[in-house]
Design a protein around this ligand. Structure first.
Ligand code: NAD
Length: 286
């Protein structure tokens, strides 16, 4: 039976490091301030934003929530993002996704890129994604950092490991594949158009799955003693949360596996907090 990678416990370590950093900054008279932007009333987004608020408050980061109705115009959202990016008191800015299509249409990338890259704690601007291509010196997307941290908790050195990344989204799959490549893994990116997914996953020492499909990764697709990182968050018809793996059966084959909930989710929030402090330090040349 696989070791269960306890994302909550790992996240607690990261959060306590962040809290200590924030205390140091406060002792020097500084305030770390973060602004989240929420458009519309998507219930899941409201929960995510509330969790982020609670997490910020627990480590001493001042939190501001800016809301706009789902009926707002693109320009109103753009103005708000520009205003927060220009505000010297604010160190981190995050636009909660998804943004209603009625507001952004096909201009999501454009709106994300209005965030000052130095405040882009989600790491989703082209500037930060470009820095990741360059060797990970900017603000790195939080989920990608969470995935790396979870892997390193059971496998500190990724050098030469074969990784299959299932998913190629801007928010998870692509940045994670880049970050793991920067750590000397050999990464294969698979996606919805990949032929014979199982042929790829069966070769992998590590499988990271971020597809949003419950039970996509089954036990017969996994090499014995592989490490499985499940990023997926799916709400099942019975109301329960599940990831993208057939957890019970995959855990019989794997050497280590992250659960859902309690795996990558808490780590993602912890690394958002870390990015806010990194952003503060960079802005204040510390
Ligand atoms: P997305 O829909 O933007 O991307 C999904 C990716 O998976 C796409 O690249 C698609 O090609 C691929 N895919 C879909 N079905 C597939 C299949 N059958 N076979 C192979 N590839 C397939 O989603 P996203 O924003 O990247 O999120 C992915 C999942 O991760 C979702 O469940 C989301 O809720 C979750 N998520 C979790 C966290 C966290 O903190 N744990 C953070 C972000 C997203």
């Amino acid at each position: 039976m696989a070791q269960i990678i306890d994302g909550k416990a790992l996240a607690a370590v990261v959060r306590s490091e962040v809290a200590a950093e924030v205390q140091k900054i406060q002792a020097q008279g500084g305030t770390v301030r973060f602004a989240a932007v929420l458009v519309g009333e998507n219930p899941a987004s409201q929960i995510y934003v509330r969790n982020k608020q609670r997490a910020c408050e627990q480590v001493g980061i001042a939190f501001e929530l800016h809301t706009l109705p789902a009926t707002c115009r693109y320009d109103e959202l753009a103005d708000l993002i520009r205003q927060l990016s220009a505000d010297k008191k604010i160190n981190g800015v995050l636009l909660q996704l998804p943004v209603p299509v009625a507001v952004v249409g096909d201009r999501l990338s454009e709106i994300l890129n209005l965030i000052d890259p130095r405040k882009d704690v989600d790491g989703l601007t082209v500037a930060n994604l470009g820095l990741l291509v360059d060797g990970n010196v900017g603000l790195v997307p939080c989920t990608a950092q969470g995935v790396l941290y979870a892997i390193q908790s059971v496998c500190p050195d990724l050098t030469g490991k074969n990784v299959v990344m299932i998913g190629r989204s801007r928010i998870v799959g692509r940045p994670t594949s880049l970050l793991l490549t920067n750590h000397n893994a050999t990464v294969t990116v698979c996606h919805s158009r990949t032929r014979n997914l199982a042929e790829h996953t069966r070769q992998a020492d590590i499988v990271v799955v971020a597809a949003g499909c419950p039970k996509l990764l089954t036990a017969d697709m996994v090499k014995k003693n592989a490490i499985i990182i499940d990023v997926g968050i799916n709400r099942l018809p019975n109301g329960k949360l599940a990831g993208d793996t057939d957890f019970e059966n995959v855990a019989k084959v794997a050497t280590a596996i992250t659960p859902v909930p309690g795996g990558i989710g808490p780590l993602t929030v912890a690394f958002m907090l870390k990015n806010i402090v990194v952003a503060y330090r960079q802005q204040n040349c510390l």
